[in-house]
Design a protein around this ligand. Structure first.
Ligand code: ADP
Length: 542
């Protein structure tokens, strides 16, 4: 017997319709590429998104066509999120930090039809314009007064002109909730990038779960500033969650330095933010150096790579900002686990509690997880045994776009490539990425643990721990370290800092100091680059 409830497809356009009807006066504030602050309400956002939907149709975009963006976090990008997906086309958020060759490869693979871009990226667009095979129109996301002239882009269109010429009457179509809504490529640090193709259903379900109190905890009383880019897994879903709950949204545009962010946090009374650890490093340095604080910010979601406990300590003890450590992947839309404490963990003392917060957290409902050994058998949840983390759920990919790489699933589970343990309370901790694991004499050494210890040293700005070849043990840990500006620190001092904090045989064999650690397009340390550079370091030193 069926239930007797209404059938309504879960569509992204409904998030916008809801925000307009129930939170119409709520603000979306954006720092623009031009540098000024722009304000509009959800009501205006909805009206402009309808105009844009008409404009996009006018450009010949049909159901399922891909529309690409090269854009920062801002209101026009948000309008594209809703106008493109809402009309049944697919929003493809290209990562502007990639090399032009990769942008061309990805745009061709996705068969993008139109490209919308922020003015910052004009040089990149000019570099790829006559190489991309399927893009038939380029749109600069600006007004007439700021339109560039470019000999390489003769038919360049103006975003605000398109909107002005389009009607604001548009009925969001209804269609199957399994229809593709947006497309995001993995960074492809190994091999070609692969596309994760989200659906309306997966996106809306992910939004419900991500907004929950024990997840990203979003409400109408919040002012959310996503530092994580809208081209990095849909800014972790926050542009959708904000509409669902009616939160005020603040977009930082291209200005991600500590000073600009802090001004925006204070000026707009931001309560919650989200980003990768490397971004927060810049913010904390600025706040410390200028003796500032946070008057309204109470939570920050940190994920994308492991958040060093030293950073948590700084946010929580010094500035009263709670860190929510979260783990996810492009293939997971991206939220998988969030480290919100249960009553038992709340009772722990400071250091023990920090030990739990350093874990990546508990699964949100909708993401089931397990760890498995080399033979595929499930391993116990004892907080010690580690194995490959596998996940399944309705917002986790079933296969990559155009079936790249074949069937990724193993018995219905997606292998994440992360190595993790899970404790008796269900808190998962990543010890490594499978490809970053250090195997010393057949035993694993967790590089993230070693990095966290190094990062706790007051003279260390950034640390990466990598496997270097070793004559006797195959591989041994090598620390690559960037010192804080003006700080002095020797190899011996740093190695002595590890004493008593880990098993002796885990201690790194050597330290190399560098000016900078290479970061990938999503702000993560490129350990494979370091491994290439320092592969023979220990052999040569021997
Ligand atoms: P990419 O593969 O391009 O880095 P993703 O953003 O999808 O793109 O990265 C997902 C990976 O990032 C995860 O598999 C994991 O290795 C790492 N990651 C994400 N969040 C965390 C975290 N909180 N701690 C440690 N690693 C993390």
């Amino acid at each position: 017997m069926n239930g007797l409830m209404q059938q309504q497809p879960l569509l992204i356009s409904n998030l916008l319709i809801h925000a307009e009807r129930h939170h119409g006066e709520q603000e979306v504030v954006s720092r623009r590429v031009e540098g000024d602050i722009h304000r509009q309400t959800y009501r205006e956002l909805a009206r402009r998104s309808r105009r844009l939907a008409n404009a996009v149709a006018g450009l010949g975009i049909g159901f399922g066509d891909r529309v690409a963006t090269l854009a920062w976090n801002g209101y026009r990008h948000m309008e594209l999120y809703y106008a493109v997906s809402g009309s049944g086309a697919v929003l493809h958020t290209l990562n502007p930090r990639l090399h032009p060759d990769q942008v061309v490869w990805i745009a061709d693979h996705a068969e993008d039809q139109v490209l919308f871009f922020d003015l910052t990226f004009l040089p990149l667009v000019e570099a790829v314009a006559d190489r991309v095979k399927t893009i038939k129109a380029f749109v600069a996301m600006t007004d007439r007064a700021h339109m560039p002239t470019s000999s390489k882009l003769p038919g360049l269109l103006c975003y605000e002109d398109l909107l002005a010429a389009a009607s604001d009457q548009f009925s969001w179509p209804s269609f199957d909730e399994n229809t593709a809504s947006s497309l995001c490529y993995t960074s492809g640090t190994t091999g070609n990038p692969k596309g994760a193709l989200y659906s309306h259903r997966s996106t809306v379900l992910h939004t419900y779960a991500a907004a929950l109190p024990d997840a990203l905890n979003c409400s109408a009383r919040d002012t959310i500033l996503p530092v994580v880019p809208m081209f990095h897994v849909n800014a972790w879903g926050l542009p959708y969650a904000a509409c669902m709950v009616g939160a005020k949204l603040v977009f930082p545009g291209p200005f991600l330095d500590g000073k600009s962010l802090h001004e925006l946090f204070e000026g707009e009374r931001v309560t919650v933010s989200a980003g990768v650890p490397t971004v927060w490093q810049g913010l904390l340095t600025h706040v410390e150096a200028n003796n500032l604080g946070f008057s309204t910010m109470r939570r920050t979601i940190i994920g994308g790579s492991a958040c060093p406990p030293a950073m948590m300590r700084a946010f929580q003890d010094r500035y009263d900002v709670t860190v929510l450590h979260a783990w996810g992947m492009t293939e997971l839309s991206p939220v998988g686990t969030v480290c919100t404490l249960k009553p038992r963990q709340l009772e722990l003392n400071g250091e023990q509690r920090l030990g739990v917060q350093a874990k990546q957290g508990r699964s949100v409902f909708g993401v089931d997880m397990k760890i498995v050994g080399d033979d595929g058998a499930e391993l116990p949840w004892d907080g010690k045994t580690s194995g490959e983390l596998m996940v399944r759920g309705p917002w986790i990919i079933a296969s990559y776009f155009k079936n790249a790489g074949g069937d990724p699933l193993v018995d219905g589970w997606f292998p994440t490539g992360d190595v993790a343990n899970i404790d008796t309370d269900g808190f998962m901790q990543i010890t490594d990425r499978a490809k970053d694991v250090i195997k010393s004499g057949g035993e694993w050494i967790g590089s993230i643990d070693l990095e966290n210890i190094a990062m706790a040293h007051p003279a260390v700005a950034m640390a990466a721990c990598i496997a270097a070849k070793h004559a006797k043990w195959d591989e041994r840990p090598l620390l690559v370290v960037v010192r804080k500006p003006g700080a002095e620190l020797t190899r011996q001092e740093l190695l002595a800092f590890f004493e008593g904090k880990i098993a002796k045989w885990w201690t790194p064999d050597d330290v190399v100091f560098v000016d900078a650690i290479p970061l990938g397009a999503t702000g993560k340390m490129l350990k494979n680059r370091l491994r290439e550079q320092f592969a023979d370091h220990l052999l040569n030193a021997a």
